[in-house]
Ligand binder design. Sequence first.
Ligand SMILES: [Zn+2]
Length: 98
Amino acid sequence: MREQDYNLKNLTKCPLCKAKYDSSQTFVLEEGVSRTVFHLTCSKCQSALLAFISEGKKGVVSLGMATDLSVKEAREMFEKPPVDKDEVLKVYKYLNNK
Ligand SMILES: [Zn+2]
C-alpha cells in the first residue's frame, strides 16, 4: 500500500494540541497485506498515538489511539507473532486499562 492510499485524514493532526504530525516522527510498527500500524509522536506536545489502518470490505478504516508507549516499547509489543484481529483487541484493551 502506498501512503496516499491510506485514509489518514483524521490522523495527520495531534488530537490534543492539533499540531500537524512530522513525518520524521512517524514510524511503521507493522505492515501487513490489509493492515498497517503506525506510531506517531507529536513534535509539539510529545504525546504519542497509535494508528491502525485496516482495509476491509467497507474500505479503508483508520483508528487513532492515544498511548504512553514509546516507539521502542510499541515495537516490542508488535514484534510478537501472530498478529490478528484478536491481538489488536488485546492491544486495545491493554492500552485502555493502563
Ligand atoms: Zn500534540
